[in-house]
Design a protein around this ligand. Sequence first.
Ligand SMILES: [Fe+2]
Length: 262
Amino acid sequence: MTGSELDYHRAVKAFYEYVLPYEGDPKAQLKIVHTFRTVENADRISGSLKLDDEQRELVQIIALLHDIGRFEQVRRWNDFRDSRSVDHALLGAQILSGGLIRRFVSDPRWDDVILTCVAKHSSYSVEDIEDEHVRMHLHILRDADKLDIFRVRAEEPHAVFGAVTKQGIEQGNVSEDVVRTFMSHECIRIADKKTETDSVVMIAAMIFDMHMTETFRMLKERDLPGRVFDRYAFRDAETIKKIRAEADRYIQDKCRDSLPCV
Ligand SMILES: [Fe+2]
């Protein structure tokens, strides 16, 4: 406890109470694991930024709550695909602002930053956020979340990824537009993805929307996104080789940045 109104451990207790009804649900369990991995990643990033205790506690609480909408989503739709159900980020922010937030944080002073981060954590872009403090928290959260999405894609069975299959990913080509977007260091929009193989390149392209130097150090240490590519024997091996080399070069360069960029 920091002496402030923010208490991560109290929030964790409230989180476990909230997810208790989902105890036997394997889909929800994956999200619980993802939540705590995201908290660990976010805490390491905030340590690298030398944030004070109160801000560090806030970083952990935001990460703990970022996917709270997933539980209501699985309960009501039994589907994690936002396109087929609901925007889980907005749903989470909506549920929290309806009063749930007080179970986790007693002081309303932090509501704006928490709710904005939850609502925007999976948006394509956050360029419209002007408040520097909110932007920093959003970047920490989004980096930490993406780091764990890479882990999931490198380790979890394909059944949890929605519509894609290992075979479909291995047999397809990478679309020309997707290669072009990747090589210009831009994220790939869901609508631009034409093949199942594109979906792996789309995941790898998340590196272009990562911001903190510590995040790139973690990517390098954990051999990500390399371990995601290693799962497959791609038919379009030449294109994948080119994409992997570009990703490695980009991560290497970002690790060299001496200042954490926000
Ligand atoms: Fe999420």
